[in-house]
Design a protein around this ligand. Structure first.
Ligand code: AP5
Length: 211
């Protein structure tokens, strides 16, 4: 299956993508994670991407598209994949349509009132990529990854003012993808709840109905 997950920053795309990967065995491609990997490795691509990401802006299309094309050519993608964070505007969606035929595009919806406190409490593991929230971590172990025990970090772009720019850019540039995929009869909308497993049940239902 070839799936896309899109939605506002902090709506839970990465969290649901981890579960889909574990439970359906579909490779998970996150353009945000690919950029963060390049940043942590100090590559030229990472240095360039960081200047945009820290402001909450999109990384230029030519750079992002080249990186995604290379990732899709890897052997694990030959039977399908789940892309989280691409496309993020109409030109990227048009390029993806030239590269491959997506089965469904799942919009993970969430309101700003939920997103802002969520992102400011988000913690990420630089070692295994696990994402969690401070409220879910045990007292005394708030900075320890529950999966691999590495030290958790807070993303630079999870500061409140940057989150607001990301939300504005989502509305301006990414939200129009709703109409784009609706016209192609590929749009599936999941209204995320405040519980990961009940949101997953909705996502899983959509995937099973379209397999
Ligand atoms: P990216 O990494 O893709 O960030 P994003 O889309 O802004 O999304 P997030 O990762 O912040 O949130 P999410 O929806 O995955 O939520 P999560 O599951 O983590 O991109 C970062 C940057 O890279 C962009 O701003 C841009 O600069 C650049 N970039 C990436 N792709 C690009 C592209 N195609 N073109 C150009 N530039 C690009 O959940 C958030 C929090 O909520 C977590 O703490 C989680 O534990 C918690 N949570 C999740 N689900 C629930 C739930 N159901 N109930 C309660 N809490 C929950």
């Amino acid at each position: 299956m070839k799936l896309i997950l899109f939605g506002p920053p902090g709506s839970g795309k990465g969290t649901q993508a981890q579960l889909i990967k574990e439970r359906h065995g579909i490779p998970h491609i996150s353009t945000g994670d690919l950029f963060r990997k390049n940043i942590s490795e100090g590559t030229e691509l990472g240095k360039l991407a960081q200047t945009y990401m820290n402001k909450g802006e999109l990384v230029p299309d030519d750079v992002t598209i080249k990186m995604l094309k290379e990732r899709l050519q890897q052997p694990d993608c030959k039977d399908g994949f789940l892309i989280d964070g691409f496309p993020r505007n109409i030109p990227q969606a048009e390029v993806l349509d030239q590269l491959t035929d997506i089965d469904i595009a799942i919009l993970i919806n969430q309101t700003d009132e939920v997103i802002i406190p969520r992102l400011s409490g988000r913690r990420s593991c630089p070692m295994c990529g696990h994402t969690t929230h401070v409220d879910w971590l045990e007292e005394g172990k708030k900075d320890i990854c529950p999966k691999c025990f590495a030290r958790l970090i807070q993303r630079d772009d999870d500061k409140e003012e940057v989150v607001k720019t990301r939300l504005d850019n989502y509305r301006k540039l990414t939200a129009p993808l709703t109409g784009y995929y609706e016209k192609q009869h590929k749009l599936k909308v999941v209204n995320a709840t405040n519980d990961v497993e009940s949101t997953y049940k909705l996502v899983d239902k959509v995937i099973r109905e379209n397999k």
